[in-house]
Write a protein that binds this ligand. Structure first.
Ligand SMILES: [Zn+2]
Length: 371
C-alpha cells in the first residue's frame, strides 16, 4: 500500500486545499479529473490536457479491458506511455457499469455484456485489481456495487455488504498481485445510498481496511442535490483527514463547490465534455446553448471572460456552424472551452479556500447557475 498524503495548506470550514503527494509527484486539490473513457478524453489528446492544466486524468477499466485489452496496454508500456500522458492517472474499477449497464451481480462478482460485441465479461474484486495493475495508472479503485436511486433498504443493504466484502478481497489481493507498477495506490469506496446509517456503516467498514484514499460512490444517480449534500456531510467527517476524498461522478459547477465546502478533494465527471459536444457551453454568466439560432451571426466569443484558445480566436457563429454540420473540430474546440471553465473554477475554489472566502464563490456560482 502506498498512502497518498494530503498536504493541506489551508482550510475554510470543512473545505481544504493543498496537494496530494504521490510517488509521481503531487497534484493540487481540490482537483477535477477529466474522463478519458477509452484512453482519451473524447476529441482531445494528452497534449491538449496538459495545455489545459489537467493534473489527474481518469480512464475506464471496463472499456480498456475489452478494447484493446489490459494485457495489450501493459505490453505497450502501461497507460501513461500508451496515452502519452505523464501526469497522474486513475482507473475506475468497472463498478459504475454495475449501475449503468444493469449486469448480473452475485456475491462473488459481476457479469457484463460487452458493449462492443455482446460477449459475456466477468469482473471480480480480484480480477479488477489485476486488470488495473496491468493498465498501470497511479491510482486504482476497488470494485464496488452502486445502487440506482431511489432504492429500497434491502437493495442498499446488499450493495453495502457486497461493497465491503469486495473491498476486503481487493485489499488483500492488491498486496499479492505481481503485475502492477510499484507505488500504485488503491482507493476504497463508500456506498449506502441516501441512508445516513448505511453511509456511516459503509465508511467505517471501508476505513477499517486502511486504503490509500477513499471514493464516495453511489451519488449523482437520481438523488436530489440536498440528499447528496446530506450524504457528504455524514460521510466526509468519517474519512481520515490525511487521505484524499474523491466524490465520484459529480462535475456541475454548483455541485463541485458545495462538495468542496464539505471537504471533498477530487472529482471526475463526463458532464463538461459531454455538454460541450452537445453545444451546451459553460460560461461565467451561466450556460450558453450554441445551437440557438440567435448565435448564427454572432461574431463574439463564447465567453469574453474566458482565457481559452477557442474564445481567443473563434466566434460563436463559426463554432455554431462547425457544430451544426458535424465537423469533429467543433467537439475539440468546445471541449477545450468547457474544460477551461471547470479547471478555472477549481483554481478559484483553491484560491477561495486559501483566502478563507469560499462562501463568496459559492454564492456567486449559485446565483449564476441556480442551486
Ligand atoms: Zn473559452
Amino acid at each position: 500500500m502506498n498512502p497518498l498524503v494530503v498536504d493541506v495548506s489551508a482550510t475554510d470550514g470543512a473545505a481544504r486545499t493543498g496537494r496530494v503527494v504521490t510517488p509521481r509527484g503531487s497534484y493540487r486539490v481540490p482537483a477535477f479529473m477529466p474522463v478519458g473513457t477509452r484512453g482519451a478524453v473524447k476529441a482531445l489528446d494528452s497534449a491538449d490536457l496538459g495545455d489545459l492544466g489537467a493534473e489527474v486524468v481518469l480512464a475506464n477499466t471496463y472499456h480498456l479491458m475489452l478494447r484493446p485489452g489490459a494485457d495489450v496496454v501493459a505490453d505497450l508500456g502501461g497507460l501513461h506511455r500508451f496515452t502519452g500522458w505523464s501526469g497522474h492517472m486513475l482507473t475506475d474499477s468497472g463498478g459504475f457499469q454495475v449501475h449503468s449497464l444493469r449486469p448480473k451481480v452475485d456475491d462473488d462478482g459481476v457479469t457484463f455484456a460487452s458493449v462492443y460485441d455482446g460477449a459475456s465479461t466477468r469482473l471480480t474484486p480480484e480480477s479488477a485489481v489485476e486488470v488495473q495493475g496491468l493498465l498501470g495508472a497511479d491510482i486504482q479503485m476497488v470494485l464496488d456495487v452502486c445502487a440506482s436511486l431511489p432504492a429500497g433498504p434491502d437493495v442498499l443493504r446488499l450493495a453495502v455488504d457486497r461493497t465491503s466484502a469486495w473491498a476486503a478481497r481487493a485489499r488483500a489481493h492488491f498486496d499479492r498481485v505481481e503485475r502492477r507498477p510499484e507505488g500504485q495506490s488503491l482507493f476504497g469506496i463508500v456506498q449506502g445510498g441516501t441512508d445516513a446509517g448505511l453511509r456511516t456503516e459503509s465508511a467505517t467498514r471501508t476505513v477499517a481496511l486502511d486504503f490509500d484514499g477513499y471514493g464516495i460512490g453511489g451519488l449523482s444517480v437520481g438523488e436530489s442535490r440536498a440528499e447528496m449534500l446530506d450524504v457528504l456531510a455524514t460521510t466526509v467527517p468519517l474519512l481520515p483527514s490525511d487521505r484524499p476524498r474523491y466524490l465520484m461522478g459529480v462535475g456541475d459547477p454548483v455541485g463541485l463547490l458545495e462538495a468542496v465546502a464539505l471537504g471533498v478533494d477530487q472529482f471526475d465527471c463526463v458532464a463538461p465534455t459531454r455538454a460541450a459536444r452537445h453545444g451546451s457551453l459553460w460560461t461565467s454568466t451561466g450556460p450558453l446553448h450554441l445551437r440557438n439560432a440567435l448565435h448564427a451571426r454572432d461574431d463574439g466569443p463564447i465567453d469574453a471572460a474566458c482565457p481559452c484558445t477557442t474564445c481567443a480566436r473563434w466566434s460563436r457563429g463559426y463554432l455554431r456552424h462547425l457544430l451544426a454540420v458535424g465537423e469533429p473540430t467543433a467537439w475539440r474546440l468546445l471541449s477545450i472551452h468547457n474544460l477551461t471553465f471547470v479547471f478555472g473554477l477549481m483554481d478559484e475554489a483553491r484560491a477561495a479556500v486559501a483566502a478563507g472566502d469560499l462562501a463568496t464563490l459559492r454564492a456567486r456560482t449559485a446565483t449564476v447557475w441556480g442551486s
